[in-house]
Unconditional design. Structure first.
Length: 288
């Protein structure tokens, strides 16, 4: 009995892995995208937004603008107070203002103390300057090392992902591709010119897709309208991929990255050992 349950679970996992994730795309005046797996809609995008959502977005936008305006006012008030304090200082120095408010006096005193402390901090001993210089040098070297490590990691990821990504893209299936375009323009000449441009663009796109993915075209309609002055466009397709393919490519990518990382570490260790051997004193065999 236990074996039947185990085999049933394995069979169910195999069926789920070999099922495809389907993405239906419909583009007209609106955009409709649906992601389905095993007949269940996992994700849905519709350009027709709910009025309540639009209202909430507008309210959020207004609140953000109000907050920005308040921040601007506070900044202007701060600048005004700063200018006022500067004017009062100048008046006090020239003897035209004998008394200042307690608040302004405290602020001026605090500013003077900060300036004094800053002046004291600036006076550093040669030893402190040397240590600060060494610290900055170490930080610079650490940043440079981190940048080199990041670049090496990016190179490793790109090199590891090359073949798996290529295989993954080659297993993408685009079915039931339907394109309907009506080209138009301000006058007959522009409409004809737009018609030619659209034909070139569409057929070049199809040629490009045929090279990399499995494409099945249902229908391509490109017409020319010399009267309306408006270009209409409609696209529908269904993009599919098996879960097992995506999972296999992900595992392949991880193995490639691990393999290339080990090869790199081995090469670095070998170079380090060689440099150490070359730097050691040579042994004179004749002197034995």
């Amino acid at each position: 009995m236990g074996w039947f349950i185990f085999l049933g679970i394995v069979l169910l996992i195999a069926i789920l892995l070999f099922m495809s994730v389907s993405v239906s795309i419909f583009i007209d005046e609106e955009i409709d995208v649906r992601v389905k797996y095993a007949g269940i809609t996992l994700f849905y995008i519709d350009s027709d937004e709910d009025p309540e959502k639009v209202k909430k977005k507008e309210e959020k936008k207004k609140a953000k603008a109000k907050k920005k305006e308040e921040k601007k006012k506070r900044k202007e008030e701060k600048e005004r107070l700063k200018k006022e304090k500067k004017r009062l200082r100048e008046l006090k120095k020239s003897g035209q203002a004998d008394t200042l408010t307690e608040e302004v006096e405290e602020e001026i005193k605090a500013d003077s103390e900060e300036a004094t402390e800053g002046g004291e901090e600036k006076k550093k001993t040669p030893e402190e300057k040397r240590r600060e210089k060494e610290q900055k040098k170490r930080e610079k070297e650490a940043k440079k090392k981190k940048l080199i490590e990041t670049i090496d990691l990016v190179k490793l990821l790109v090199k590891s992902a090359g073949k798996p990504v290529k295989r993954l893209i080659s297993h993408i299936r685009i079915n039931d591709l339907y394109i309907d375009i009506t080209a138009s323009g301000d006058d007959a000449a522009k409409a004809a010119l737009n018609y030619g441009k659209i034909n070139i663009a569409v057929h070049n796109l199809l040629a490009f897709l045929y090279q990399f993915v499995r494409l099945k075209v249902k229908e391509i309609n490109i017409d020319c309208d010399f009267e309306s002055g408006k270009t209409d466009f409609m696209l529908y397709c269904k993009v599919k991929m098996r879960i097992s393919t995506a999972l296999g490519c992900a595992i392949w990518f991880l193995f490639r990255m691990l393999k290339l990382s080990l090869q790199k570490n081995t090469a670095e260790q070998k170079t380090l050992n060689q440099n150490t051997t070359d730097g050691s004193p040579s042994v004179n065999k004749k002197g034995k």
